[in-house]
Design a protein around this ligand. Sequence first.
Ligand SMILES: Cc1cc2nc3c(=O)[nH]c(=O)nc-3n(C[C@H](O)[C@H](O)[C@H](O)COP(=O)(O)OP(=O)(O)OC[C@H]3O[C@@H](n4cnc5c(N)ncnc54)[C@H](O)[C@@H]3O)c2cc1C
Length: 551
Amino acid sequence: MIESADYIIIGGGSAGCVLANRLSANPANRVVLLEAGGEGSGWRFRMPAGAYLLIGDPKVDWMYRTEPDPSLRGRISTWNAGRALGGGSSINGMIYIPGARADYDNWERLGCFGWSWDDVAPYFRKSEKFAGPPSQSHSQEGLLGVSPLSIAHPFADAFVDACVHRGVKRVEDYCAGNIDGAFLNYVTQWGGQRSSTAHSFLREARGRNNLDVITNAKVDRVEITNGRAIAVHYEAAGKPHRIVARQEIIICAGTLQSPPLLMRSGIGAANQLMEHGIDVVVDRPAVGKNLQEHASFPISFFTRVPTQNALLRPWKMPGHLLDYLFRGRGLLTASPVEAMAYLRSRPDLEQPDIKLQFAPMVFDVAKRKPHERSGISVFANVSSPKSRGEIRLRSADPADAPVIAHQTLGHPDDMTTMISGLKQVVEILKSPPLSDIIEEPCLPTRIPTDDDQWEEALRTFTSIGFHAVGTCRMGSDDDAVVDPQLRVRGIVGLRVIDASVMPVMPAANTNAPTIMIAERGADLILAAASAKPDRIHQSNNIGGDTSKVSA
Ligand SMILES: Cc1cc2nc3c(=O)[nH]c(=O)nc-3n(C[C@H](O)[C@H](O)[C@H](O)COP(=O)(O)OP(=O)(O)OC[C@H]3O[C@@H](n4cnc5c(N)ncnc54)[C@H](O)[C@@H]3O)c2cc1C
């Protein structure tokens, strides 16, 4: 039975596994990682195509249900999230993209001092073990395997060519801070296997004597006394447990679970906490607010030449399996998305505001499986949406899923941007060389001809992009949940380090940015400990604004 540790990490997802590794690298630190899900081991977690079997499996996917979304005609959506070591990185689509210089320079402008592109770029490189050619924007020294696509359908190149035909630039290295154009994307894979953070950061670290990883351990709350986080309460095998933190507690439960954890610990909007019988420690209405998610709309066309749909026939599977098992390659190592492009909804915009993801495949929505016919799909997002939602507590019981109240297309500008993007997608798909291979549309079955029809299609078919962020917003203002050192404002010895701290969604998929946040967060923790080992005990600012406690 573990009674205490220097650092207790709550949630072993994309961020939590990075922190477990970096904090336990110093043998003097005793580290405990608590993960509500299981080990996440087995072939489904290593084989890239295993994602199709993991997403939607309630044993490894939280499968949260939203409230009816007024912006989507009251539809209720399922929001997937990894429920195993590695979290999202264990079940995601493996697209690797840091985002744009402008994203992080904007964070800095918003009061996230120390998070500009020049500050964060070294942390993207620190985590990365790149299988492609050496370049200044990549590193081969990190732990997270990042590779060029091991297999790409020729239509991925054709998509980039069609974008270029429409005047979009071809981007040679999109990891250098410039994403303005079209490119084939890299993936978090190594040697044809998925690189989750559980595999790349935790596997070897688990051999260290000073790191304990406890799975199937669901954290109820953080115990706070006199403004200082002192212990974690969790349940495992039906029994309650308590571990005391000698240094810090780090919440890494993700955008949807970190706010409820703070709220159950007494940090949140006082009226909401009191409604659920929770003692208020810090009245912080911003906890759970600022929820952002990529609205995602697929446009798909059938093609007259075979795509992955033809290759995915059941009788072809034994061949793919042998290819994967003996050569570590083939269709089962493919990423769902093979190319991306960024567009502008208006030509005068300084930065692109529309993100496209290309897949050489078309889905049969009614049958919920790949279509019998071959086709291609383009998923369009507003890169950094203006629509906002919130996470609320359903009850004080940790077994209850949070309330997810979002308006995916709630902001009128997002609707306008999406319509502009989708019209451009149709033009791209009808441009050479794609124009030679596409047949009739699959989804929507008839391409809208005016904005009203586009809006109707958007409200009917838009789904999520799997990129929820923002509910424990970082900032320097009085309303922010964490300060730029990722410390929970008003509490000593407690940080949030995961996708929830992003103030604004970067124009990117969110796994690499979350891993970067964890890398930098680990450095902030270690620097604070070495600068002032007894910092927590010396603080005379308990219960006040800890952004004034030097790190
Ligand atoms: C289906 C899917 C596809 C995606 N595709 C991509 C992609 O291709 N590229 C990309 O860049 N991004 C992608 N993403 C997004 C990316 O994976 C996430 O942004 C990222 O994983 C978030 O990391 P996190 O550490 O914030 O949270 P998570 O990785 O979700 O980690 C949170 C962890 O905390 C655990 N936890 C929660 N509550 C508790 C509790 N009370 N006690 C203990 N443990 C708890 C969870 O089980 C989980 O393991 C995808 C996400 C999903 C779900």
